[in-house]
Write a protein that binds this ligand. Sequence first.
Ligand code: GLP
Length: 242
Amino acid sequence: EIVIASTPEDAARIVADRFEQAIAAAGEKGITLGLATGSSPVATYQELIRRHQAGGLSFAHARAFLLDEYVGLPRAHEQSYYRFIRDQFTAHVDIDDAGVLSPNGEAADPVAAAAAYDAAIGEAGGVDLQILGIGSNGHIGFNEPTSSLSSRTRVKTLTRRTVEDNARFFDTVDQVPVHVITQGLGTIGEARRIVLIATGEGKADAVAAMVEGALSAFCPASSLQLHPAVTVVLDEAAASKL
Ligand code: GLP
């Protein structure tokens, strides 16, 4: 399902609506959310915070799994995804902080930590609603081009392009970690429902490859073509090459 909104703000409201509907439908049995970092979902998180503060929306019965984490960045670092998701979203709503889980990028054995995280998602019953952004090279999570379409949570090395894209969050490009732990394409594909948000013309090529290109490990987001319940929410700029 492709939804083209007129502005990035409208796109964020549409994604927030999907969250609100899914949380209402889950009721007291609770929902497992899949949360993404990066700038794309931030406006959605702000909208969800607004709705929570206005009184209508509660995350009391929600838990969450993050997609990915940098290896070697302390949790307290403001660009760790552990910190980012709290600063941008979860610390501002009524979700139980102990239920907001992310890969352990500080583990002495990151390979084992990745496998343990994959198992924890399964033991929790899987993700009900996953929000995603997309990298300018078509990555989702940190599954860079050539990632196996059936990959599980594992350690990956970032491409030069992703390091440069993410350098804007750090003082210098040299400070961007090169290794990460990311949910695999197979792991992400097990979420029951997925909503991907992309805004701005910098994402237009990646969006076109994901939606209209071949299913290919060269565009990891094209793996979503295999999923039965994906909504792609775009602004007009991100949709301009469809
Ligand atoms: C980051 C994250 C992804 C994100 C993507 C796009 O590196 N690992 O989860 O979707 O790259 O980031 P942004 O939304 O800031 O453009």
